[in-house]
Structures are given as structure tokens and as C-alpha cells.
Design a protein around this ligand. Structure first.
Ligand SMILES: [Ca+2]
Length: 408
């Protein structure tokens, strides 16, 4: 192993950081738990266990809405109302004062077993005139099979809200009989194309397709608003390759956001035990899963070839061991919390906290865990038009929370 790491470190042109076990000052890291894979070394300094950097910003946690049954995605309409998905298949409109609408009618049936259900949301950049919204979901395909899908429709307001003209614009293929790893975040790029994050479906037949370009398992896709393929996607025109693919080698991407300065797509994905990652998902690149990975199998033991780096495969910008289980992310750009500007916020499920990463370019230089005292799984985080941070708690008694500057 030592020889393999030395060769890989040279190949990468990056100095290995050495054994992070002995001598590490864990008191300066945000997580005091032991690593699952202490034998592994990061590929570059700062890729792992960034120093604890607490901004010590005082804030209040305000409950905007409660009584949400396992909410998953949250998005703001231009008028300040809030859309929230509940995994069982219900889409709710939340007023600024916290009233929940009746479920929005007209959505396709979802497969809500396991990690499936109604998932992510995006609002059309032209919503003010076309009223189009987009949602991702686990799509039942018969015989217990399913896949991630994306639909869109025009939101029609009223006492009984509905979506009109619904079209399913994207189907992940192939379908598999699995109830896990649906990905599900939707992010509009600046050019108006739509990124769709997906997973490898967890089971071995899916995992082994994350490196294959003839299917959409373990990929991030980029599509036009009508579901067609942008002509400048990286694999357009190649025989036997799905042209929707933007990047590949992903395990399960449940967090994604555009960097406010560069416009690039950042994502955070679930690894195995000790391998959650932050990546900058760039055009046509391979993010390694399952050939390279940090951490170990959940069942114990090494992943695939037990290597963490290989030529031609991208290193994560950052990884966690032990896991946080990342879901939902946003770059903070608002005025309410100047000390948090340009931080990357990520919801943590297993980590039951809100992770704040301090960045220097595409390097993570500090980490802080907020809301730890509440002990809640955080499923999504977005910045509201008022500059507050809005969070969903992952629970069958879920809440929409808002962080605002402390008033007393
Ligand atoms: Ca990776």
C-alpha cells in the first residue's frame, strides 16, 4: 500500500500529507469521532479535516412551517412564496407566514419506497411569465423497477393549486430494482441548461455502471429546459454514449449549487463509510466512483481496488471521514450575515448539523458545524430572497427553519 500511495502521489504531482493519525490535533477539527479509514492519506493538503473555523455568528432559528412529512427539496418563487416537496409525492406551497397549501395536484405518481419519492425542485428562470417549475422523483417503471426522472409543469395558483401541461422531460436509464441512491438535485446553469444529479442506485449492477457512458447511473446530466440535449454537452455525437452526461463516476449526489463567482457546478455526494465528497463537477470529467474512493464499505472492508487516486480521475475538493451524509447545499451571498458570505453551507443528515465550509478559491480552508445542539437531520438548505438561510429537517414531523441574525 505504501508503495502504491507514493506512486500515486507522484503521479498527481501533489505531496501526500502523511499519516493523519499520530500527532493530529483532533481538537482543532469540527468532528471528534475516529476516522473509518485512518490508513488512507489525502491527495493534497486541506482535502480532509480542514481546521475548525468558527465565525461565532449569533443567530436565531425561526420555525417558518411545521407539519411537513419528510420534506426533501425547497425552492423560492419570485414572489417570496416557497415550494417544498414531501417524499410521499406531495408538493406544497408555503406562504411567507408559514401556511401550507393543499398538495399541488397533477404531479405524476412517484415510487416512494426507501430513499425514493418526490425529491428536488427548480424554478424556471422565466417563471414570471411561463410559471414553469421542475421536479425530480423516483419514477416507478413496473416490476419493482424505477429510476430518477424529471418533470415540469406550469404552476396554477388558487385554493386548489395544480400543475398544468405536465411533461416528463428526463428519464434516467437503465431502470433498476433498487430503492436507494436516486440523487435528485436540480440546478439551473447560467446558460439556462438544467443540471440533474443522480446516483448509482446502490446495488452492485448499478455501482458498476458509474464508469460506463452508455447509461445514466452515477452521472450528472445536463439538459435543456424541454429535456433535449445541449449541442455542447461533452459526449454529444459519440456512438453508444448517453449524450445527456455532463460528468460521471458519482455515487449519490444529493447536494448541488452554482458557485456564485465562477458559475461552476459544485456538488456534494454520499460516499461509503468515510467517503463523503465535495466536487466541482466539470464538463466530461470522471469523478472516480467506484474505481477510486475514500473510506471503506459500509459492510466493512476495502472498496473495489482499495485505491484513492488514479490518473484521469478527479480528486474531491474535500472529503469527510467520518461521514456527514450531505444533502442540500448553497453558497451564502446575502447581506444578513456578512461573516458567512462566500461560505458553502451543506445539510448533514447523519451529521445532524449544518456544515459551513470556508473557501479559498476551490480549496476548503475551514469547517464549522452549526445547529449541532438541535440534533436534527438537515435535508436541504437554500438562501432566501431576504438573505436568511432556510433549512428543511428530515423527519415525518419536518420543519422549514430560517436562520436570521440574533435579535436579543
Ligand atoms: Ca469521487
Amino acid at each position: 500500500m505504501a508503495k502504491a500511495f507514493a506512486v500515486l502521489a507522484m503521479t498527481l504531482g501533489a505531496a501526500a500529507c502523511g499519516d493523519r493519525g499520530a500527532g493530529e490535533n483532533t481538537a482543532t477539527y469540527a468532528d471528534s469521532r475516529d476516522a473509518n479509514a485512518p490508513h488512507q492519506s489525502p491527495a493534497f493538503a486541506g482535502q480532509y479535516r480542514a481546521p475548525l473555523r468558527e465565525a461565532s455568528v449569533p443567530f436565531d432559528v425561526v420555525t417558518v412551517a411545521r407539519g411537513l412529512d419528510t420534506p426533501w427539496g425547497v425552492a423560492f418563487l419570485p414572489d417570496g412564496r416557497i415550494l417544498v416537496t414531501e417524499v410521499a409525492g406531495r408538493l406544497r406551497i408555503v406562504s411567507p407566514t408559514g401556511e401550507l397549501s393543499a398538495p399541488v395536484a397533477g404531479l405524476p405518481v412517484v415510487d416512494a419506497r426507501g430513499q425514493g419519492g418526490l425529491l428536488g425542485l427548480a424554478i424556471d428562470p422565466g417563471f414570471a411569465t411561463n410559471h414553469l417549475i421542475y421536479w425530480s422523483y423516483a419514477e416507478p417503471r413496473g416490476g419493482g423497477q424505477n429510476n430518477t426522472a424529471v418533470a415540469r409543469g406550469a404552476l396554477v395558483d388558487g385554493v386548489a393549486p395544480k400543475v398544468d401541461g405536465v411533461e416528463v422531460i428526463f428519464h434516467q436509464g437503465p431502470s433498476l430494482g433498487s430503492q436507494a441512491h436516486f440523487g435528485g438535485r436540480l440546478v439551473f446553469a447560467r446558460d439556462g441548461t438544467l443540471f440533474v444529479t443522480m446516483g448509482d442506485r446502490s446495488i452492485t449492477p448499478g455501482r458498476m455502471q458509474a464508469q460506463r457512458l452508455d447509461g445514466l447511473l452515477g452521472k450528472i446530466a445536463r439538459i435543456n429546459r424541454d429535456g433535449s440535449v445541449p449541442a455542447d454537452n461533452p459526449f454529444v455525437g459519440q456512438t453508444g454514449v448517453r449524450p445527456e452526461i455532463w460528468s460521471y463516476g458519482h455515487r449519490n449526489v444529493q447536494a448541488a449549487a452554482l458557485h456564485p463567482a465562477t458559475g461552476e457546478l459544485w456538488e456534494s455526494e454520499h460516499g461509503t463509510r468515510g467517503g463523503d465528497e465535495v466536487n466541482v463537477a466539470r464538463k466530461g470529467l470522471d469523478y472516480g466512483w467506484p474505481t477510486i474512493a475514500y473510506g471503506i464499505e459500509y459492510s466493512g472492508g476495502a472498496i473495489t481496488g482499495n485505491i484513492t487516486a488514479r490518473d484521469g480521475m478527479e480528486q474531491p475538493r474535500y472529503y469527510w471521514d467520518p461521514n456527514i451524509a450531505p444533502s442540500g447545499m448553497t453558497f451564502y451571498t446575502g447581506q444578513l450575515f456578512p461573516a458567512w458570505r462566500n461560505s458553502l453551507f451543506i445539510g448533514a443528515l447523519a451529521g445532524t448539523s449544518l456544515v459551513r465550509l470556508t473557501l479559498d478559491g476551490d480549496r476548503v480552508v475551514g469547517e464549522e458545524r452549526l445547529l449541532r445542539d438541535r440534533g436534527e437531520r438537515i435535508r436541504d438548505v437554500v438562501q432566501g430572497p431576504d438573505g436568511a438561510l432556510y433549512l428543511l429537517t428530515d423527519s415525518n414531523e419536518g420543519q422549514l427553519l430560517k436562520l436570521t441574525p440574533k435579535t436579543s
